[in-house]
Design a binder for this molecule. Structure first.
Ligand code: ZN
Length: 136
C-alpha cells in the first residue's frame, strides 16, 4: 500500500491514542491489516520507481503539513512512525527485505495492477485525514 495512506492513517491513530508505545504498536497492527486490502501496485519496475517517488514525496509533504498545523505530540508521531515502520523495516532494509520476513510481507499483499484499485488508498487517505481533522 502507498506510504501516503500509512502516513494518513498513522496520524489518525496517533491523534486518538495518547500513549506513545500503544500508538506505535497499534500503528504496526493497523499497517498489517491495511496491507491485506487489495490495492494498486504497478507491475512494471520502471513505473514502480515513479510511483514510489511520487508516493514518498507526497508523504513527506503530508508530514510537513502535520508539523506546520501543530501536530507535535510524541504519541501522534509514534502512531505515524508505527504505521510507517513496517515498510521502513521490511522494504527499506535490504537484508530484511530479502529474508523470510520481507518475503512474507511482500507475498501476503494483494497487489493489483489495475489503476481503479488506487481507490483503496484514496479511501484510506480520506478516512485517515477526516478522522484526524474531525477530532480537532
Ligand atoms: Zn505495507
Amino acid at each position: 500500500m502507498m506510504v501516503l495512506s500509512h502516513v494518513a492513517v498513522g496520524g489518525a491513530v496517533g491523534s486518538v491514542i495518547q500513549n506513545p508505545f500503544l500508538a506505535f504498536f497499534l500503528g504496526i497492527v493497523i499497517h498489517l491489516i491495511m496491507d491485506k486490502v487489495p490495492h494498486f501496485w504497478p507491475k512494471k519496475t520502471e513505473n514502480e520507481v515513479y510511483f514510489k517517488a511520487i508516493d514518498i514525496g507526497l508523504s513527506l509533504l503530508l508530514m510537513l503539513v502535520y508539523w506546520l498545523v501543530g501536530f507535535h505530540s510524541v504519541s501522534f508521531w509514534a502512531g505515524v512512525m508505527g504505521n510507517l515502520s513496517v515498510d521502513l523495516v521490511t522494504v527499506g532494509i535490504k537484508p530484511i527485505k530479502e529474508a523470510r520476513l520481507g518475503q512474507w510481507q511482500e507475498k501476503r499483499q494483494p497487489h493489483v495492477a489495475k489503476p481503479i484499485y488506487l481507490l483503496t488508498d484514496t479511501c484510506f487517505i480520506i478516512i485517515g485525514l477526516y478522522f484526524l481533522w474531525g477530532l480537532r
